[in-house]
Design a protein around this ligand. Structure first.
Ligand SMILES: [Zn+2]
Ligand SMILES: [Zn+2]
Length: 154
């Protein structure tokens, strides 16, 4: 699976990858919402934050949403351009999923491909963590051994 590479430029909304509470992998639930697979902590990416805010405060401007959520106005404009935020639709032009070519109404990829992208990203994150832990363990072991050897040699 090489999908993550293809989707690399999709990861622009500061997707939470690791749980701030326990360090677990954050799993995509849909609509910018992510849940820790270990402790169920819920976090949102920029899209989720803005979406929640806009839903509660109908008719806000991009500037107001930016100030309230801390998300950059530029990012919000990108969302609007991609129609990730459905504001006054009614357009008759259909978009195509950038991955599979299915017709979609908003965004850049269809929900199926978005989920696939996130699953691949989560898997990559898990592997990265495993590798990191393995590397950390052996590194520490190595230096301890080195320290002991140093003392012995002295
Ligand atoms: Zn957690
Ligand atoms: Zn697709």
């Amino acid at each position: 699976m090489n999908h993550v590479k293809d989707f690399a430029d999709m990861d622009v909304y500061n997707r939470p990858k690791v749980c701030p509470e326990c360090g677990g992998v954050m799993v995509f639930k849909g609509c910018g919402e992510y849940r820790c697979e270990k402790c169920r902590y819920i976090a949102y990416d920029d899209y989720g934050k803005v979406r929640n805010y806009v839903e509660k405060h109908r008719g806000v401007t991009a500037a107001q949403a930016a100030e309230a959520t801390g998300v950059k106005q530029k990012t919000i404009r990108t969302m609007l351009k991609e129609s990730r935020l459905e504001i006054a639709d009614g357009s008759n032009s259909y978009l195509k999923c950038e991955m599979c070519g299915t017709q979609i109404r908003s965004g850049r990829v269809c929900p199926k491909c978005e989920t696939a992208f996130n699953r691949a990203l989560e898997e990559k994150e898990r592997q990265k963590r495993e590798k990191m832990m393995a590397g950390f363990g052996s590194e520490r072991g190595g230096s301890e051994e080195g320290a002991k050897r140093f003392i012995r040699d002295k």
